[in-house]
Every structure is written in structure tokens, then in C-alpha cells.
Design a protein around this ligand. Sequence first.
Ligand code: FBP
Length: 314
Amino acid sequence: MDHAADTFRTDLMTITRHVLNEQSRHPESRGDLTILLSHIVLGCKFVASAVNKAGLAKLTGLAGETNVQGEEQKKLDVLSNEVFVNALVSSGRTCVLVSEEDEKATFVDPKLRGKYCVCFDPLDGSSNIDCGVSIGTIFGIYMIKNQDTVTLEEVLQPGKDMIAAGYCMYGSSCTLVLSTGNGVNGFTLDPSLGEFIMTHPDIKIPPKGKIYSVNEGNAKNWDTPTAKYVEKCKYPTDGSSPKSLRYIGSMVADVHRTLLYGGIFLYPADKKSPSGKLRVMYEVFPMSFLMEEAGGQSFTGKGRSLDLIPTDII
Ligand code: FBP
């Protein structure tokens, strides 16, 4: 009888317990971030169950509307956006929301405001919904100096000013990966308990990785340094073995694998999309924050991603 495992099974480190432990490290804290994170967790649980039921509940397919990127919206990402906006506003801890699905930032009713700005992609990788490939929610949290007078300029902060970030991957299992600036931890949803249980404590990206992850279909539009780098992954000249290509086309899934197995994930800007495809505030920044907290790095090709100062929310 493996008592340690038994002990482990009864001494559950839920995400709430973990966040409360993190809060206790800040005696000045009033628990606002804890309350905000619990509402984000609620949103993830809702979307996890909707994604699981999607095929059956006809939640896949088009919603008949288009989003700010001109992309056809799918039913699930409209639903996911609504769930997160409602959860974040009802937390009473946010003053401005930036969603991939909304053209403009949402300024919360002054009566319901709190000190945080949340930038989020409610359902990233939505082009994979219909084929059941892993998709996810990505979020980044900033502190806003004055919630009553907050302006869009105050939202356009460099990524390094974020105080927390995470993603929730809806795949074979539902995994929420979170950092509040003190390392990265992963939690898996136990559907029988409806609780996220810590399954990946203190994630550290392996120093050396054998995987490169990029959409090679864009190769003809790449600049020379990118083409040369990918060439080196495939035909190394230092006698090391070629890297393996793994590309799911769902950033949450590709980054999750990279965090756990090591290697590199890149979506370089190219002639077709000169400023790249990934959006800075709710894709690049949160994932770069997590990558650095896990001992990895994130670059724009010109510098550290988290030093970028966004010029717009899109
Ligand atoms: P969405 O947020 O619109 O889903 O787009 C982002 C994304 O799907 C990322 O998850 C993924 O890394 C990338 O686009 C895939 O792009 P491509 O299909 O061009 O390789």
C-alpha cells in the first residue's frame, strides 16, 4: 500500500489553496487578486465543460458574426468571451478589460470597479475547435494606479509590468498554468471534484530542447535570419541531431508542450504579416511572462518581448 500516494491524494493542493498561500506571502494584501483569480478559474471551468460538450451541443461551427480581426466568430468563442467578461466584472476587482473578441476595451461601471486590468483571449486556437484539437484561454493581469480615472493609455503597459499571467488548456485533460510572479505551477481539473489540483509544481522549462515549433507553411515569406534558424534546426552543422518539428497551430497547446518538454515555439513576423500574427497584449505578453518565470526566454527578434510597449490593444 503506497501510503505516500494516499497521503498525497488526501492532502489536496487546490489552486485556491495555492493562491491563498501566495497571498499570505504579502501581508499587505487584501485578497483582491485572490478573488479575481477565483473568478477567472470559474470562467475556465465553465469553458472546459462547454468545450467538452461542444460537439454534442452544436456549439461548434459559426456564430455568423465576425470579430475585430475580421475572423468569423465561432459559437464557443462568443460564449467564452461572455462568460469571462461577466465573471471578471462580477469579481468587483477589475476596472478595464481587453478581450481578443472585442473591438474596444471594456471600461467597467465605476460602481463595480477594482484595481486590476485583465487582458485575455477567451478561446485561443479557435480555428481548431471543430476538429477537437486542444484550445485554450490566455490571460494577463496588470495593476492600474487609479481605477476611477483609468484611461486606455494606462492599459498600454509593457508586459514586464504584469503581476500575474496564465492559460487554461482544454484538451485531453483541462490544465490551468498560472504564475503570480513567484514561479509557474500547473493544475489539472478533477471533474469529479470540480477542482483544479496541483499536478505540475514549480514548472521549469528544460534547459535544452529537441523540438522546434513553427508553421513552416509560411517559410516562403520569412526573412533570412528566421529561414537560417529553422534550417539550422533541421540540418545542424555542429554534429548535434536535428530537432523534431511539432506544430499544433494552437498557441496554448504548443507553448504548454514547450514549457514541459523544452525547445522553441516561434511565430515570426513575415512579408505576409509584417507585425506577426500573435497579438501582444493577450497572447505574447502572458506567454512570455510564464516562459520567463519558468526559466525560459521570449524574444521579438529585436529584443525581450516583455520590454515591448504596446501602441494599441489589438
Ligand atoms: P486565434 O486566437 O484567432 O485562434 O489565433 C491564434 C492562433 O490560433 C494561435 O493559437 C496559433 O499559434 C496560431 O494562431 C496559428 O496560426 P497559423 O494557423 O497561421 O499557424
